[in-house]
Design a protein around this ligand. Structure first.
Ligand code: CTP
Ligand code: MG
Length: 234
């Protein structure tokens, strides 16, 4: 029995603006991907980390893993990613060795998730949940709209009750067979792995997420991430 973390890191980072692929951008001097790898390897339960690299960046990612200090107890694999996050995760799952029975899927773009959150997700899978997601209550009220392009006013369709909504983070944790089955069965555009398990009709549960597990998506998120790192060092 073992736990592996698959880290999809193959995205361009279009919303972050021009530059290197997002996962290779530095946060306080260290690539975002290395922060994310350390966040997974910080859990003593995680024996293997699979990094899904930008399609033309596997060699660069391998050398980054070689030149940064990482825990001795953890094994690392690097595979090139695909055109969508879903494809990238699948390519990572394809190289999992036998003996892994719990799989975490963690965005490279969430480099600062605390180890306690990682361990809480693993614990909930060990306790029998086939799929576990860390999530937080929302602060903004959310409106469903009829989307319009070009900045036109968008008619509001509905306002879901905020108290029942959660903003979902990663790492998401899975029973290995459940996640593999989901990736073999569900093919349409989804934005997280747990929703694929939901489509199979399997239960998915939420555990508390963490503010520091936010996703680095837009330029302002880089400012926040560097401030969090500076505070940790202080
Ligand atoms: N990802 C991936 N393969 C893709 C697309 C995304 O592995 N083809 C990864 C990203 O590297 C990231 C995670 O999925 O770690 C979450 O995606 P997101 O935050 O959307 O990152 P990007 O797709 O890189 O950003 P953008 O959508 O702004 O281009
Ligand atoms: Mg994206």
């Amino acid at each position: 029995a073992g736990t592996a973390a698959v880290i999809p890191a193959a995205g361009r980072g279009v919303r972050l603006g021009p530059g290197a692929p997002k996962a290779l951008r530095a946060l306080n001097g260290t690539p975002m991907l290395i922060h994310a790898v350390r966040a997974m390897a910080a859990s003593r339960a995680v024996s293997l980390v699979v990094v899904v690299a930008p399609p033309d960046g596997a060699a660069e990612v391998k050398s980054l893993l070689d030149t940064h200090s990482l825990p001795e107890r953890t094994d690392f694999l690097v595979v090139p990613g695909g055109d969508t996050r879903q494809e990238s995760v699948k390519l990572g799952l394809d190289v999992l060795p036998p003996g892994i029975d719990i799989v975490l899927v963690h965005d490279a773009a969430r480099p600062l998730v605390p180890v306690d959150t990682v361990d809480a997700v693993i614990e909930a899978v060990r306790d029998g949940a086939p799929a576990v997601v860390p999530a937080l209550p929302l602060t903004d009220t959310v409106k469903e709209v009829e989307p319009r392009t070009g900045g036109l006013p968008e008619p509001v369709v509905a306002t879901p009750e905020r108290g029942r909504l959660r903003a979902v983070q990663t790492p998401q944790g899975f029973d290995r067979d459940t996640l593999l089955h989901a990736h073999e069965t569900v093919t349409d555009g989804v934005t997280d792995d747990a929703s694929m398990v939901e489509q199979l009709g399997e239960p998915v549960v939420v555990v508390p997420g963490h503010e520091e597990a936010f996703k680095v998506t837009r330029p302002l998120d880089l400012v926040l991430a560097e401030a969090v790192l500076a505070r940790r060092r202080a």
